[in-house]
Design a binder for this molecule. Structure first.
Ligand SMILES: *Cc1c(COP(=O)(O)O)cnc(C)c1O
Length: 378
């Protein structure tokens, strides 16, 4: 894992003072020597030196030439949607972050045409590519919350065959565990709020790409619309990145132990974790991912009352929307993160009331397992 990149990316001593940590340039504007004569910084909506450092770190981590950071993951998604011509067709994975689903179906549906497909089914993906000729394919792997794994190599090659550009939301793994640009993805998207910042104290987003034209277009939109990340948030994320590789290692170790423990538990019906041999796409996961991270999804025996009791009894796991922080969190997608998806749609894709999503933190594994065991007791 890239610990050296995490510690050093975007970091060079301050030229004036030698300060080892980047200063927080808490400024809205910059004094010009003469009209139009400046040092690359005019106004913080367009450029800020602390944000520049963060963007350098992000592009290095994801192995991309360019990165842009935004005020939230969803505002990065908004910029990508505005970069498409009006009336574009977008093919999207059918198991994506609830907010992504809402943004596409409730906000951008007046501008573009969205269709949803199970991206693990390549035949179905090709049928849709052929019939719709979409401008963009949008996917998450592993998906949220069903942790379905799509072969990046195959789905990207397929989309490119039909001149369709591919966006991969890589939030669930972070750049430490998977790098979609290496498989040919056109844009990688992250919610920095999750693993990359990792401390549950910032909301932020980022996009990485190797294509200059794409970067220029997204940068134009970021400046024209305005959702750039603040200097202080940029600084906090830079600080979080220093331990990203260490944290991901701990999330992977604890995640696998929790998944194996739950799989053997008598009150658990089924566990989904890409690095368990029982996962339907285990071999694809092993091929394209360096670890499966801390996200574990499981189905309890019983229904909503049993799930509710479990969620109320957890002590170390905080009942909260969000994921990817150092602390363990538990979520009930049907009531919480994915409530914006209509019940009929939820049931169609298997998002049932006994489904629980864990974001396994970096606490001591014995404490984590004890907490789950206590909460699962009848
Ligand atoms: C949280 C999340 C987002 C949205 O990011 P925000 O920072 O909350 O706006 C997008 N995709 C995934 C997979 C997420 O988990």
């Amino acid at each position: 894992m890239n610990s050296t990149i995490c510690v050093h990316a975007g970091g060079h001593p301050d030229k004036e003072t030698g300060a080892i940590m980047p200063p927080i340039y808490q400024t809205s504007t910059y004094v010009q020597e003469s009209p139009g004569v400046h040092r690359g910084y005019e106004y913080t909506r367009s450029h800020n030196p602390t944000r520049t450092r963060l963007e350098e770190a992000l592009s290095e981590l994801e192995g991309g030439k360019y990165a842009l950071s935004t005020a939230s993951g969803l505002s990065a998604e908004m910029l990508i949607m505005h970069s498409l011509e009006k009336g574009s067709k977008v093919l999207c994975g059918d198991d994506v972050y609830g907010g992504t689903y809402r943004l596409f179906n409730k906000v951008f549906s007046s501008l573009h045409d969205f269709s949803f497909v199970d991206t693990t089914n390549l035949n179905l993906v090709e049928e849709n590519l052929k019939a719709l000729r979409p401008a963009m394919l949008w996917l998450e792997t592993p998906s949220n919350p069903l942790l379905k794994v799509t072969s990046l190599k195959e789905v990207i090659a397929l989309a490119h065959k039909y001149q369709c550009r591919v966006v991969v939301d890589n939030t669930f793994l972070s750049p430490i565990l998977q790098n979609p640009l290496k498989f040919g993805a056109d844009i990688v998207l992250h919610s920095l709020t999750k693993y990359i910042n990792g401390h549950s104290d910032v909301v932020g987003g980022a996009m990485m790409t190797n294509c200059k034209e794409t970067y220029d277009k997204l940068f134009f939109l970021q400046n024209a619309i305005g959702p750039s990340s603040s200097p202080f948030d940029s600084w906090l994320v830079l600080r979080g990145i220093k331990t990203l590789s260490l944290r991901m290692k701990a999330h992977c170790e604890n995640g696998l132990k929790v998944a194996s423990f739950l799989e053997k538990h008598s009150n658990v019906e089924k566990v989904l974790y890409p690095f368990l041999p029982s996962h339907p796409q285990h071999s694809i996961a092993a091929e394209q991912m360096k670890g499966a991270g801390g996200m574990v999804t499981f189905f309890m025996k019983g229904g909503l009352p049993e799930a509710r009791r479990f969620l109320e009894k957890c002590k170390i796991f905080s009942l909260a929307e969000s994921l990817g922080g150092v602390e363990s969190m538990v979520d009930h997608p049907a009531i919480m993160t994915h409530a914006s998806i209509p019940q009929s749609e939820r049931e169609k894709i298997g998002l049932t009331d006994n489904l629980v999503r864990l974001s396994v933190g970096i606490e001591d594994i014995d404490d984590i397992l004890n907490d789950l065991d206590n909460a699962l007791k009848k």
